[in-house]
Design a protein around this ligand. Structure first.
Ligand code: FAD
Length: 384
């Protein structure tokens, strides 16, 4: 059934298509990918062939020209594979590393980076965070110095999703010696350039089907045309990028919470304890009702923020609220779902333990809970 006012029958059909794809081509293999520490690149190409990677990009960019809510559907449905890693890697590809290319890139950059990325032929990553600077983006130290032929990049980036196998990075670097948010710029960096050193593949508590890298850039020379958008505008450009990133993270968290709830509800219906179905105990039915209410409230917050974003607004405060609330709610819902499954929830025969580990990242990545509260309190004028 269409879910007005945000979704139409087209969205429902797309939801069905993605759900089938996830059930047949992702879920049965995700445990192997988790053990391998990466998803297969053939799945990236498959996502590209199916048009999933460029769903809301226009045809000139190599996309499908659909509306933003198709991407919301995709994020919610990918979460139903019961693992966060693969969906996160795809979100980096379509909603983090590439939107700035479409928004700020030249026609040549669109041809060379965006189109192959949306086709699943090139793997993209986004480089903002550094070993000494994460939340405080304005303080990053990776330096790009102008020289006659182009730029020389020196510095380090950490926690880079897709990094170990990525073809290029959308990179934030400092282009002046002045500290602060002015003087940052974006670059498109081919990762096969001399001086790019992927120094470590990071081991993580969750999101294991997504690979994560630490990079060191040892005087990497790039041409003038590696600059993405206007020199000195990188901070503003990346703040814009983060809005879409947080919204898609919020939609994915709603999908994860919903999926965990369904697993818990199904389990409670079938599981017999003390001669009764678990769901017959009011503690459990009330808990499920409470969880469903919490999921629905953050779902509505997310949809409303997505609706404003789709209209071209940048509702920073509402997006921060959606990111904060979905991350916390999904974390709580999955934790309670694990509890409902008892011991079965804690072992890897069921996806809940993995979802429980994976969802923890939503309270950190793309801006922590505390940073979301900073944004909300600043935009509400609460800070003195
Ligand atoms: C698995 C994974 C994948 C990631 N993928 C990427 C990626 O692809 N690209 C990328 O660039 N980054 C990526 N990140 C980085 C992520 O966005 C950062 O970890 C996050 O922004 C927090 O930065 P930090 O880890 O440096 O923490 P810090 O900024 O050092 O913060 C440490 C703690 O201090 C708190 N804190 C900071 N400032 C304040 C304040 N003003 N008030 C109160 N508390 C505060 C934080 O909330 C946090 O709890 C990834 C991280 C992980 C773990």
């Amino acid at each position: 059934m269409p879910y007005p006012p945000y979704f139409t029958e087209d969205h429902d059909q797309f939801r069905e298509t993605v759900r089938k794809f996830v059930a047949t081509e992702v879920t049965p293999f995700v445990r192997d990918w988790e053990e391998a520490g990466e998803f297969p690149l053939s799945l990236l190409r498959r996502m590209g062939e199916l048009g999933f990677l460029g769903v809301h990009y226009p045809a000139e960019a190599g996309g499908q020209g659909a509306d933003y809510f198709m991407s919301v559907v995709l994020a919610e449905e990918l979460a139903r594979c019961g693992a966060g890693g693969f969906p996160m890697a795809m979100a980096v590809q379509s909603e983090m590393a590439t939107p700035p290319i479409w928004k700020f890139g030249t026609p040549e950059q669109i041809e060379r980076y965006l189109k192959p990325a949306l086709a699943g032929e090139k793997l993209a990553c986004l480089g903002i965070t550094e070993p000494n600077h994460g939340s405080d983006v304005a303080s990053i130290q990776t330096r790009a110095r102008r020289e006659k032929e182009g730029w020389v990049i020196r510095g380090s980036k950490v926690f880079i999703t897709n990094g170990p196998r990525a073809d290029f990075m959308t990179l934030l670097a400092r282009t002046t010696d002045a500290p602060g948010y002015q003087g940052l710029s974006l670059f498109l960096l081919d990762l096969n350039r001399s001086g790019v050193k992927m120094t470590k593949r990071l081991n993580k508590v969750g999101m294991r089907s997504s690979d994560t890298a630490l990079f060191y850039f040892d005087d990497v020379r790039v041409p003038q045309e590696a600059l993405l958008g206007e020199e000195g505008r990188g901070f503003y450009q990346i703040m814009w990028e983060l809005q879409g990133e947080r919204l898609i993270a919020a939609a994915g968290a709603v999908g994860s919470a919903q999926y965990a709830w369904e697993i818990a509800q199904n389990y409670a219906r079938k599981r017999q304890v003390f001669g009764h179905a678990l769901q017959g105990f009011q503690t459990i039915t009330h808990l499920l009702a409470q969880m469903a209410t919490e999921i629905e409230s953050v779902r509505q917050l997310t949809y409303r923020a997505a609706w404003r974003f789709a209209k071209g607004e940048v509702p920073t405060q509402e997006i921060a609220m959606a990111k904060l609330a979905t991350a916390q709610t999904a974390y709580e819902v999955i934790d309670r779902s694990l509890q409902i499954l008892g011991g079965h929830g804690y072992v890897s025969d069921w996806p809940i333990e993995r979802m429980w580990r994976d969802i923890r990242l939503n309270r950190i990545g793309g801006g922590t809970d505390e940073i979301m509260k900073e944004i909300i309190s600043t935009t509400m004028g609460l800070k003195t």
